[in-house]
Unconditional design. Structure first.
Lengths: 243, 243, 243, 243
DNA sequence: AATGAATGAGACTTCATTCAT
DNA sequence: GATGAATGAAGTCTCATTCAT
């Protein structure tokens, strides 16, 4: 059986690392819950279900997690903690701003390929809980996906316009935020629809996702100058109005 | 009071068609439900809530809708029926394939601007129900957003590569599907997060959405230089502000 | 079986007065609850107990009362509504202020004699809920025991000092409030201890209560000699009966 | 921080008597419990609350007290042990019977002024537990408030009628029991209502309490003779039995 | 003496739904 | 077509308490 997505959260079971009993129990619960959430959808899983799946008694469960939100939130936290580190590493590899952005998006594509269940979980979480929990808690968590938080996005665009890797007509205060929101939205939608997309469109979700990344990067990157220093690039016959 | 989003669904009250009492009651229920769904989220609304909001008795409710899914599905159907027609109209206006795509995405941007509640509703529906109902029912519904269904997307890309409005290196069987999924994903994410996005990023959701559309279209369109070195049309003279 | 104290609330079952089914059920619940509260103490009765005693199903119960507080509060309301009317009538009979006070205290003694269960209930309520519910709700209810609310007490003392029936050294803003609080406190304590007092002291609770009333009235009334040495007012010719 | 009312219970920390660890722990528990009882009301405090407040583990708690009743009872016992001694001392100071009674009542007024929390605790205890525990245990405890128990009350009344400080028409087997019950009832009611009384009536609880004491003493004391040696006012021919 | 862990028992409440009138 | 009433079936959570270490 494939590894539960909760247990991937950087806590290694290998080696002689000793889990205390409490930690082990906690993990059993989280793993069981994560599996159920993925199988049935977060809202269709009850505490009773998790309890049954874990094999402990209800009252014991409540010694570990005081309610379903607690479980959900914990899983989410582990997920993000894990992602944040790896996203950072991915971006550091890039040289130009465009490279960095590409690395970040590629990182997300890898997430979709390797852990669609994780993405699906977060997608559900977003759709269901986004409105019920304080913004801060939610967005602060999501912000970790980028190294210094979303605030660094502006800098990235500016950097790219300076180093010539990005189009000169981007808006530092806007573009990257738009891109990241769109890519996250796309990623989650594809993860949520899962195999159905393949059935319908004949393409696996990660192929679709990598295509949209390609298009977006094409849209972001500097055209003429980036390739050749001399500014030709006449064309673009009639940029149509959008809005 | 602004019109409920359900009652806007293309059902005309004009003409001498008289709603029977039954139809009026049904509408009251759907309107009340739609409002509640938007206020609290689909999963946080119970039949009892809808009943209370409508002012009828529980037992009467069941004369109209046999359960919550029935209500949800009906609202969704009205929403899509409405959208399909208008999306089609929007696209017909375009001349080149790029124009048509732009018109379709623009149509979605308008949806986000004018009816965020509708988009939010569909987003929730997707995240929560996608997995519980047969694919056919769901995707068939969504397919209506494009005139001939998603199948026509391949043709559109081919058309664009032929008429020179799109990059020549696109994949007819892939690109448009990728774009549409991403744009839907982005639209729904933004609608779901709503005002929070503005608080966090300082930009309204529709501004973000139009920016990503712009980037995607930039990524799709044929770039003169990339294709041919000859320099006409020196630069995008005045990218207009989007918002 | 003796009449339930809840059902004494001025709602007559006799005659052709028709209770709707709902009212009858509601009464059954209140009666059952009141009996249990008196037998075991309010805090030792659970909703489940009341449900079992009433013979309906749990879910039906919640159609009538949404929780235990609701039941408790309803019973209390009926009790006070009933008392308020009768206390008023009792006081109106008196001529001098002392008579009126005596009538009020006597009314309370009757309550203790005839409905110790009611008093006991209120005593428990007080001790347990006084701190958990908003003052207004509670005191406004209690205030009904006196015709125009406790505010009229000052007037009563002033009236008595004017008509010569009360000691001249009383404090209108204080004395009657002190008296009423003490008498209520005494009444509730005796009701709570119930038969135990008799076992311990060899006197029934109402005998003890009437004795303290007598002492208090002796303490309140004008004493001829104390005021003026000349002996007019030859003795309270008609110590009024209390009971 | 002010001393917990439980730890004031006459347990001396002086001398070289070392509390064993066990005693210290026990005290911590009792203090924490007493504070919680006063803050929330006895019935709203769970073992878990006490445990949390004390900082020990649940299982450790049960090494000291086998259940909540045990804790409650222990606190109550300390309270009474303390009171009994001081009540005795207070009464011994008096010369006439009236003086002794006044001293006793004054002692209770002091209790209300200085330790309303203690009184409140006992009031709650009374209302809630009186019915659940054997009479003997309860009343025997309360009896300690008077030196030789309530049995001595008869003697006190007789003494007062003999020394001329009390009215001659009192009932030795009744009056003092009535008075003490009333005063305890009043004291507890006032303590329970606490600040609310002041808000409602504009007078602090101890002012109200002292006023009722004054009235009762006025009602008890011999009238004519006490003021002037000459005995006129024979009167009051035959105080009839009341009840 | 302390404690980590577990748990039986049950209380409270909600909800969708049915049914007879 | 409307409604009053009832309810089965769950779900969530609390609490006092035990027991082995």
């Amino acid at each position: 059986m494939k590894q539960s997505f909760a247990s991937a959260s950087g806590i290694s079971k290998t080696g002689r690392t000793y889990f205390s009993h409490r930690q082990r129990q906690s993990r059993r619960i989280l793993d069981a819950a994560a599996r159920l959430f993925d199988e049935r959808g977060i809202d269709c899983v009850t505490m009773a279900d998790i309890i049954a799946a874990t094999g402990i008694r209800a009252s014991t469960m409540y010694q570990y997690f005081s309610n379903k939100d607690d479980v959900v939130w914990t899983i989410l936290g582990e997920l993000f903690a894990d992602s944040a580190v790896r996203a950072k590493q991915a971006m550091e590899a890039g040289t130009s701003a465009l490279d960095k952005i590409a690395a970040l998006l590629e990182f997300m594509a890898d997430g979709l390929t390797n852990d669609p269940a994780k993405v699906r979980f977060v997608a559900q979480f977003d759709a269901m809980y986004a409105r019920h929990w304080p913004v801060e808690r939610l967005l602060s968590l999501e912000a970790r996906i980028s190294p210094q938080g979303f605030e660094s996005f502006s800098a990235l665009i500016r950097e790219g316009m300076a180093d010539g890797s990005l189009r000169p007509d981007l808006d530092p205060g806007l573009t990257m935020h738009a891109v990241i929101n769109a890519v996250i939205g796309a990623q989650r939608r594809l993860a949520s629809l899962g195999d159905r997309v393949e059935l319908e469109y004949g393409k696996p979700i990660d192929v679709l996702f990598r295509e949209i990344i390609r298009i977006i990067l094409l849209g972001l990157r500097a055209t003429g100058p980036a390739v050749a220093p001399n500014i030709r690039r006449p064309s673009q016959p009639k940029r149509k109005r959008h809005s």
